[in-house]
Structures are given as structure tokens and as C-alpha cells.
Write a protein that binds this ligand. Structure first.
Ligand code: TXA
Ligand code: MG
Length: 345
């Protein structure tokens, strides 16, 4: 199958219309969102959803989230919207957040992995919302990467993973946030964060008196409530070691470790802040942004994790961030990318 990349420029609605026709016909299409690129199909059609799993090589027990263009579309997915979900939608949607709500019968089990709940998200991206509106149905869309790889934040990253597997990629440029949406379970009395993202715990605490985090996210030995969070994820080709600790101690730690691996004749890549990369002057380095600019680091993170894949590197050393605000999402992804190989500095 030939994979076409179509650049969407302002008011280029004809191309979005063509993509919507693909969705209506039960095909899959990759499209941009403000978090990461999605691989979309008709969210109420089990056969169309099956094509998403096939293209990604995704385990079938990992449910898909449904993307809507307006509150009106919510009625196609759920009848009982919990008040927590309504408050989140009022405060943050469209935006980088997914609410877990009870599903209507017409949402296929193929989408939800047999769960009685479903994830819903209204993306803050004009191309995505036009596509959904023109398709007229909720669009099921996981991140548009091969299962296990970092999510794509550019059309080229989608192409690298899915060329020959899907017919069309809409190119909307670089994703704004660069980490996937915050997922909040809204089916209990207290909102529970199942996956941290750009809508932070602190932001949710401005509207709810209590916000919980799924214990599986903070190292507790329990099964995560978001089935996808249990898989190895975001992994570059080379093994990755994550350095966690004070920014002031990072330079010493990187200098020491690089000297150690040099003696072992290992080709080591570094993914770190502008401060560390410029101080090290190391040959194989990816600068993910200023230490104090977590939004910039989030936006560059997945490009960094893909950066060394074609460079024949033995090992990657990555600098961690603080775990406040969007830093919680950055560290969650880096920990997974490391397969929990974490060094405290
Ligand atoms: O930002 C995003 O959310 C992107 C863009 C494309 O919208 N999508 C995305 O989808 O990250 P995906 O499939 O890569 O991740 C969705 C996560 C998975 O970990 C899945 O297990 C979880 O959401 N999930 C989906 N439905 C769920 C449900 N009913 N209950 C709990 N977790 C659910
Ligand atoms: Mg994903």
C-alpha cells in the first residue's frame, strides 16, 4: 500500500474532506492533534477499529479513546456523563485531556477491549476537529506509532513507523505539547489520573478538592487502570538509562558516566537539557530544551527518543526533570523508555 503525506495549509478543507471520506469508508487515516499524531478510524465500527490494531501491531486488550469535535457528539458515546467529566470538559476542553466515562452499547467491544467504560477526548487542533466533524462520527485514535515506540509528534515520524501500512497521513506540523493527553477516570467520586499529561494534577486541583493518581503510576506494585500503561513503551532502539535528581548534580554525573563508558568503548548518546549538552560538548547529543522550560522539554521529548534510532548507538543516557506540573508526564514517559533503569544522582 502506498502511504501519502498531505500537508494541510490554512483553509485546505478539500484535503480534510478526502480524509473524512476514508474514515467513512472504514479506512484508517493519521492526523495531527495538539498532543501527538493519532491513527484514526470510525469509532463506532468494529471492523474499522480492527485496522488500527493491525497497522500498529497493538495488543487487542488495549482500548482506544474516541475523539469528538463537540459536546453534541458525546451523546453518540455515552448517556450517563458523570459530573466530574462535565466539570473537566467545561474547564479544559477542547484540550489535552481524556475523560473515562461509562459507554453506550453502540460503542463496540473492539474499541474498549471489553470494558464498560470508554475514553473520550476533544482535541484542540483545527485539522483534527474538522476531520471528526466531516466524518460525522467519533474517531477512535491511538497515537500513530508502531506499538512500543515513542509517539509521533511529526508527520515524518508517523511515516517512519507506518509507511506501507496506512493510506494517508495529514501533515499539520509539529505537535504543540508532545506528550499524550492526561487521562482521568471520572467513574468514581474522586477524579483519578491514569496517565499524566499537559493538564496537570495542579490544574485539576484548582477545580476539585481532591485529585488522586493511579497508584500504579507512582511505583506501587498494582495493575494500572489504563491497560496501555502496563506495556513497555516509548522505547528507543538502544537501551536507555534515566538520571534522576537535582539539576545541579547532573553535569558531574554525566561527565563521570561518559568517561566510564568511553573506557568500555561504548558509543553513548545523550538526551539532556541545553545546559548539560552545551557543557558536555559530547559528540552524540540531543538538546531537549532549557532545564527550567518543561513545556519545551515535553514538546521535544519524543523526537529525542527517536533521534538515535538511525545512529548505531550502544546506549542512551537521559536527564530527568522535576516531577511537578507537566514534569510528571515527562518523567512517566522517560521511566517507561528506560524500562525502569533509573540512576539517582
Ligand atoms: O493524546 C492522546 O491521548 C493521543 C492522541 C492521538 O489523542 N492518543 C493516545 O491514545 O495517546 P493511546 O491509545 O496511545 O493511549 C490511550 C490510553 C491507553 O493507555 C489505554 O489503555 C487507555 O488510554 N484507555 C483507553 N480506554 C480506557 C478505558 N476505558 N479505561 C482506562 N484506560 C483506557
Ligand atoms: Mg500510544
Amino acid at each position: 500500500m502506498e502511504t501519502k503525506i498531505v500537508k494541510i495549509v490554512e483553509n485546505n478543507d478539500e484535503e480534510i474532506k478526502k480524509a473524512a471520506e476514508f474514515i467513512k469508508k472504514g479506512q484508517v487515516v493519521a492526523f495531527p492533534t495538539e498532543t501527538v499524531y493519532g491513527l484514526g478510524a470510525n469509532g463506532l465500527n468494529a471492523q474499522a477499529a480492527a485496522k488500527i490494531y493491525e497497522a500498529k501491531g497493538r495488543p487487542s486488550d488495549n482500548p482506544l479513546i474516541l475523539h469528538i469535535d463537540s459536546i453534541k457528539m458525546l451523546s453518540q458515546i455515552t448517556t450517563a456523563v458523570p459530573h466530574i467529566a462535565l466539570e473537566i470538559i467545561a474547564a479544559f476542553c477542547p484540550g489535552p485531556i481524556t475523560v473515562i466515562v461509562p459507554k453506550r452499547k453502540n460503542v463496540p467491544d473492539r474499541i474498549t477491549g471489553g470494558l464498560s467504560t470508554v475514553g473520550v477526548r476533544m482535541p484542540d487542533n483545527d485539522i483534527a476537529r474538522k476531520l471528526i466533524k466531516l466524518a460525522g462520527v467519533p474517531i477512535a485514535a491511538p497515537s500513530a506509532n508502531l506499538s512500543g515506540k515513542p509517539s509521533p509528534t511529526t508527520a515524518n515520524a508517523v511515516y517512519e513507523d507506518l509507511k506501507g501500512r496506512i493510506p494517508l497521513i495529514l501533515d499539520g506540523g509539529l505537535s504543540t505539547f508532545g506528550v499524550e493527553s492526561t487521562i482521568v477516570d471520572c467513574t468514581e467520586n474522586i477524579p483519578i489520573i491514569l496517565r499524566p499529561g499537559a493538564v496537570t494534577k495542579e490544574m485539576l486541583e484548582e477545580i476539585f478538592t481532591e485529585v488522586r493518581i493511579d497508584p500504579a503510576l507512582v511505583g506501587k506494585d498494582t495493575v494500572p487502570k489504563a491497560p496501555g500503561m502496563k506495556y513497555r513503551h516509548y522505547a528507543p532502539k538502544a537501551p536507555l538509562i534515566l538520571f534522576k535528581g537535582n539539576a545541579a548534580d547532573m553535569l558531574g554525573a554525566f561527565t563521570r558516566e561518559l568517561a566510564k563508558y568511553k573506557k568500555m568503548h561504548k558509543k553513548v548518546g545523550v538526551i539532556a537539557s541545553h545546559e548539560i549538552v552545551s557543557a558536555l560538548g559530547h559528540q552524540y547529543a540531543y538538546d531537549y530544551g532549557q532545564q527550567n522550560n518543561l513545556l519545551e522539554i515535553a514538546a521535544n521529548l519524543y523526537n529525542g527518543l527517536r533521534f538515535f534510532d538511525d545512529k548505531n548507538i550502544d546506549l542512551i543516557l537521559a536527564e530527568g526533570t522535576i516531577e511537578d506540573g507537566i514534569g510528571l508526564a515527562i518523567m512517566n514517559r522517560l521511566k517507561k523508555a528506560s524500562g525502569q533503569t533509573i540512576v539517582s544522582v
